[in-house]
Design a protein around this ligand. Structure first.
Ligand code: MN
Length: 198
């Protein structure tokens, strides 16, 4: 059975940029629902419980039709959100250093150009979805809870949830204000760690 992972900082610790109310609702209600519905889907196809979640998500088309959509949506939701909490930190923000910074500058010309392009692509997601930075420094977007490994791509280095539930309470319809605020909490150390492991 999958369980809701704990967050390593308090719901109120990002509150300069993301309120305690959003963090609490997003983690304890939205993410919990993905976990519960993923578990319910796996109860319908118990053989799949033997396989790690990333193996299921990388191989969605081969899953039993009866549970495919539920695993895509709720398994994807659990996978994405489990990472999302780790991509933020009360000590986040600023700029990456080392290899990550060098690769971003090589691809985009400057860190700011990368931020601008990632922001533009995040704003361009129609409806609910995510924006991603991949280990090859490509920026991708996906709809709903789809995740890069469903597309045959590598696991992402960084991802941004642009569902309205991630920002509406604080920013209403102003997704751009949310994204601009979110850069202040990005945990670049965790992103760099994922690049090393990629
Ligand atoms: Mn979300």
């Amino acid at each position: 059975m999958y369980q809701l992972p704990a967050i390593s900082y308090g719901y109120d610790q990002l509150s300069k940029y993301i309120s305690k109310d959003i963090m609490e609702l997003h983690h304890s209600k939205h993410h919990q629902t993905y976990v519960d519905k993923l578990n319910a889907a796996l109860d319908q196809a118990p053989a799949l419980k033997e396989r790690p979640l990333d193996s299921l998500l990388s191989d969605i088309d081969s899953l039993p039709v009866a549970v495919q959509t539920a695993i895509r949506n709720h398994g994807g939701g659990h996978y994405n959100h489990s990472l999302f909490w780790q991509w933020m930190s009360p000590n986040g923000g600023g700029e990456p250093t080392g290899e990550l910074a060098a690769k971003l500058i090589e691809k985009y010309g400057s860190f700011q150009s990368f931020v601008d392009e990632f922001t533009t692509k995040s704003l361009g997601v129609f409806g609910s979805g995510w924006a991603w930075l991949q280990p090859d420094m490509e920026i991708l977007t996906t709809p709903n809870q789809d995740t890069p490994i469903m597309l045959g791509k590598a696991a992402p280095l960084l991802g941004l949830d642009v569902w309205e539930h991630a920002y509406y309470l604080d920013y209403k319809n102003k997704r751009d204000d949310y994204i601009n605020a979110w850069w202040h909490v990005v945990d670049w150390d965790f992103v760099a760690q994922r690049l090393e492991q990629a």
